[in-house]
Design a protein around this ligand. Structure first.
Ligand SMILES: [Zn+2]
Ligand SMILES: [Zn+2]
Length: 176
């Protein structure tokens, strides 16, 4: 696989009239965006349109992520879909500070945009399924596969707790 699979060479667009548009398809069985972030079955289409002021890049992507469920801690597949719109201005004068400018060689690498927009739509607290029962906080049993009989929450701070405290032995030494 090419090291920079998301580079678009847009020189040809400069000679077209506004409204000219082309589609660029992308497909990767697995793409590693960074050390921690990879997407399986990454598919996407980028529609590039020449406008009066610049080149509009509209992406539409989807793929599978491996996420860890916050309740049962199991890894599961999550289908992510995301899109983005970016205008690369021809001329700095038309653009504000945050706007993107088309480089002189008319080549852009949209990898960072694809990644940034994907990160925005990843769930903050992913769960493997709706209503995942999670793990018993006492014994760690996966409650999706049955009830271990423990209460939902361990006792907060009670007299019972002291017997199990790792410092219980220390107290004896202190002669309490
Ligand atoms: Zn779960
Ligand atoms: Zn339990």
């Amino acid at each position: 696989m090419s090291k920079h699979p998301f580079i678009l060479k847009l020189g040809a667009f400069l000679h077209q009239s506004p409204g000219y548009s082309r589609e660029f398809p992308f497909e990767h069985a697995k793409f590693q965006f960074s050390d921690e972030f990879s997407v399986k079955d990454l598919k996407g289409t980028v529609v590039v349109t020449r406008s009066q002021q610049g080149i509009l890049v509209q992406g539409n992507f989807n793929g599978e992520l491996e996420l860890d469920c916050v309740r049962c801690l199991k890894e599961y597949n999550y289908s992510l879909a995301w899109d983005f719109d970016e205008l690369y201005f021809f001329n700095k004068r038309d653009a504000s500070k945050e706007d993107l400018i088309l480089p002189d060689n008319a080549q852009i690498d949209i990898k960072r945009i694809i990644l940034e927009e994907a990160l925005l739509v990843i769930p903050y607290s992913p769960t493997c399924k709706e209503g995942c029962e999670g793990l018993c906080q006492v014994c760690g049993t996966d409650l999706n596969f049955g009830d271990c009989g423990h209460d939902e929450l361990p006792p907060q701070e009670g007299t019972d707790e002291e017997e199990h405290s790792p410092f219980a032995g220390l107290k004896d030494l202190l002669g309490e």
